[in-house]
Design a protein. Structure first.
Length: 601
C-alpha cells in the first residue's frame, strides 16, 4: 500500500479539535482516497490517501491513520472495518434526468434493443398487460445499433399496438416515434406544418406526404406528449425511487437533475419523510416566465444540503445521433441538413441577460458547434449584468470546531458559473471563449462509447478533431464537470472514467481521437470536486476531509491502480450518504458488534 499523505500538521490539528466532537462512526483499515491532489496541474504526483475516517453528524471530523483516529472513539462510536477495501468520495453526476429514467423502467423500456424486431417484441409483451384505452409510453431505443441503422416508422408499430395511442422516445430524447393513433389524438395530419425549431418527418420523396411517425425535437414531440395524462404523485415517487436506487448502487451520492417541477415537489415530500437518500441539485426551465422562476427559487432553502434548486436549463439544439444538433456547416453525411437551432440569437441573449440579472445560474444544452457559439454569445452579454445569487452557508463557519485544509481557489472567475451541457463539438476558436468567459464544460464521457461508431461520419475528418475534446478544455483551463445524461447513458460512472482515460469502445477495438484522453486523476476530479463546483458546493462535497459531508463509497478494487478493463468492471460494495449506509452488497465490509476494536497493524 502506498504511504498515506495526509500532512501531520493537518492531522494533529484535526485530532485536537475533534476531541470535542466524539464520532458517531469510525471507518478503519481502509485504503481511502481523500480527493486531495486530484486537481489538474496539482504539483503533487500522488493523490492523498488515509487509513481511517471519523464521522459525526453526517460530516467528516477527522482523517488519518487507524491508531490516531481510534483515539477519538467514545463508548457509543460504531466501528466499521473496511478490511483494506478502497474507498473514495461519492460521485456527483453533473447531468441527469432522474424522473424520466425511473418512468422508463415503469414503461416500455427499449434500452439496448439491437434490432427493430427486438423493439417490436418488447412492445408486444407490454401491450399484452396494458389496460384497454391507455397510452403506451416508453423510450431508450437507438436505431444506430440496428442492422442498417434505419429509423422506424409508425407502420412498424401500428399492427402491434392494438389501437393504443403510443409514443416511444429515442435514447437521446430528441426524437420520438408515434403510432397512427397517437398522431390522430394530437391532430398531426398531412397538412400539419413543422413547428419552429422542430420537424415532423415525411417520406423522403414526398415532403408533403403523410407523417412517418418520427417527430424531431420537443416542439414536435410535445404535440403528442401534451395529450397524455400527467403521472400522479404515487407514480412520480415510485419512478424517482427506482432511479435513486440505481444511482446509489453505482456509487453516485449526488445528482444535478432536470425533471419536472412536480417531481421536485415529490422529492420534497420524500425529504420531509426522511426517505430521500440521494442529494439533488434540481434545475428549472430557462423558458419559464421570470416571475415564476423567482417564486420557485424562493420556495426552497438554498442552504439545504440534501435538496436545492440551482441553474436554469435551456436548449440550443438537439443531438448528433438524430442529426438535430446545430452545426456551423452541414452534416458530412447529410449535406442538406445543418441541424435545428432552437433560438434566434437576439431573443436568446435577451432572455439570458434578464435571468442573469436576477441572479440565476444558466446552463445551456449545446451539442453542435453553432449551438455552442450561440450559448457563448449569450453568456458574454449576460455576464455584463449578472448578479451573484445567495450562496449556501460555508460549513466551516457553521461548525467552528471543524478544521480542514484551505479550500482550492475557484477555477473560474464567473460569479454565476455559467455552464454548457454536453459541449460536444466546438469551433476551434471557442475553446478560448470558454476560458475567457469562465464557462463550465459539463460533459458526459460515456456518450463517446455510444457515439464513436458514427461521429466521424456525421462530422467529417476535420471537424471531428474538436469533438468530445476533454483534454483541449483542460489545456485551456476550463472547468470540466462530468456526468452521464442518465438515462441516455447508464448512470454507472466507471464507464465514464473508462471512456475519459482510453477513448476506446468497451471492447477495446476502436479508438476515437486519442489526443483528447485525460488522466484518471483529472477524470475523478471532474466527476467529484468539479461537479460540486458546478453546483456551488465545492466546500461541502467531493473530498473526504474534515468539514466535508460524509458521502463516500467502498469499491471492490483500487481504481487508482486498476487497468482500464478492470476499471470498467468495478463494483460498488457500499454507498454512504451523510454518514449512513444507503446501499450495500456482499461481499461487504463488516461492522464490529463492539465499539472497542484495537488499533490496526
Amino acid at each position: 500500500m502506498k504511504p498515506f499523505t495526509l500532512t501531520a500538521t493537518l492531522l494533529l490539528t484535526t485530532l485536537a479539535q475533534a476531541q470535542n466532537t466524539p464520532p458517531d462512526a469510525i471507518y478503519l483499515h481502509g485504503n481511502i482516497l481523500t480527493g486531495a491532489h486530484l486537481r489538474p496541474n496539482d504539483p503533487s504526483p500522488t493523490p492523498a490517501k488515509v487509513q481511517a475516517l471519523a464521522i459525526a453528524k453526517g460530516k467528516i471530523v477527522a482523517a488519518g491513520t487507524d491508531a490516531e483516529i481510534l483515539k477519538l472513539k467514545s463508548s457509543k462510536t460504531r466501528i466499521i472495518d473496511l478490511h483494506h477495501a478502497f474507498a473514495m468520495p461519492g460521485f456527483n453526476d453533473a447531468h441527469t434526468h432522474m424522473a424520466p429514467a425511473g418512468r422508463q423502467q415503469l414503461s416500455i423500456n427499449l434500452d439496448g434493443v439491437k434490432s427493430l424486431a427486438e423493439m417490436q417484441q418488447r412492445i408486444r409483451v407490454y401491450v399484452a398487460k396494458a389496460k384497454p384505452g391507455t397510452w403506451l409510453e416508453g423510450g431508450g431505443w437507438d436505431h444506430t445499433l440496428w442492422p442498417g441503422a434505419k429509423l422506424p416508422t409508425r407502420e412498424d408499430i401500428d399492427p402491434i399496438t392494438a389501437g393504443h395511442p403510443c409514443i416511444l422516445e429515442r435514447v437521446d430524447g430528441h426524437i420520438a416515434l408515434a403510432n397512427s393513433a397517437a398522431l390522430a389524438v394530437a391532430g398531426i395530419t398531412d397538412e400539419t406544418p413543422n413547428p419552429a425549431g422542430a420537424k415532423i418527418d415525411r417520406p423522403d420523396r414526398d415532403p408533403s406526404g403523410p407523417p412517418t411517425g418520427i417527430l424531431r425535437e420537443p416542439a414536435a414531440t410535445n404535440l403528442v406528449f401534451s395529450k397524455i395524462p400527467s403521472p400522479g404523485p404515487e407514480e412520480r415517487t415510485k419512478a424517482l425511487n427506482l432511479a435513486i436506487n440505481d444511482a446509489l448502487a453505482h456509487g453516485v451520492t449526488s445528482v444535478q437533475d432536470y425533471s419536472d417541477w412536480e417531481d421536485f415537489l415529490a422529492l420534497e415530500e420524500l425529504e420531509d419523510a426522511h426517505q430521500l437518500h440521494l442529494r439533488f441539485a434540481e434545475w428549472l426551465p430557462f423558458d419559464k416566465p421570470l416571475e415564476v422562476l423567482k417564486e420557485r427559487r424562493a420556495s426552497h432553502s438554498p442552504d439545504d444540503p440534501l435538496l436545492h434548486l440551482t441553474m436554469l436549463k435551456g436548449f440550443m439544439d438537439g443531438s448528433l445521433g438524430s442529426r438535430t444538433a446545430a452545426l456551423d456547416e452541414p452534416y458530412s453525411d447529410d449535406l442538406n441538413n445543418s441541424g435545428l437551432p432552437r433560438y434566434d440569437q437576439n431573443k436568446l441573449t435577451q432572455l439570458a441577460s434578464e435571468r442573469a440579472a436576477a441572479g440565476f445560474q444558466l446552463g445551456f444544452h449545446a451539442i453542435g458547434d453553432r449551438a455552442n457559439a450561440m450559448a457563448l454569445n449569450a453568456f458574454g452579454a449576460a455576464d455584463q449584468v449578472a448578479t451573484l445569487a445567495p450562496l449556501p452557508a460555508n460549513p466551516h463557519t457553521a461548525d467552528a470546531h471543524i478544521v480542514t485544509t484551505p479550500p482550492p481557489p475557484d477555477p473560474t472567475p464567473a460569479a454565476l458559473r455559467f455552464r454548457v451541457e454536453h459541449a460536444q463539438v466546438l469551433l476551434p476558436e471557442d475553446f478560448d471563449r470558454f476560458s475567457s468567459e469562465g464557462v463550465i464544460a459539463s460533459m458526459q464521457p460515456s456518450h463517446l462509447l455510444t457515439d464513436m461508431k458514427w461521429a466521424t461520419d456525421r462530422l467529417g475528418p476535420d471537424r471531428v478533431k474538436y469533438a468530445y475534446a476533454w483534454k483541449s478544455f483542460l489545456d485551456h483551463n476550463v472547468t470540466l464537470a462530468f456526468g452521464t445524461d442518465y438515462p441516455v447513458e447508464s448512470i454507472n460512472p466507471f464507464r465514464g472514467l473508462y471512456a475519459a482515460i482510453t477513448r476506446q469502445n468497451e471492447a477495446g477495438t476502436q479508438t476515437f481521437q486519442p489526443q483528447e484522453k485525460i488522466s484518471l486523476n483529472e477524470a475523478l476530479y471532474a466527476y467529484t470536486q468539479a461537479s460540486a463546483f458546478a453546483e456551488f458546493r465545492e466546500h461541502q462535497k467531493g473530498r473526504l476531509e474534515p468539514g466535508y459531508l460524509a458521502d463516500l463509497i467502498v469499491l471492490d478494487r483500487d481504481i487508482t491502480t486498476a487497468t482500464p478493463q478492470q476499471l470498467l468492471h468495478t463494483k460498488v460494495l457500499r454507498t454512504i450518504v451523510n454518514g449512513e449506509t444507503v446501499y450495500s452488497q456482499s461481499p461487504k465490509p463488516t461492522q464490529s458488534p463492539k465499539p472497542n476494536v484495537g488499533a490496526s497493524n
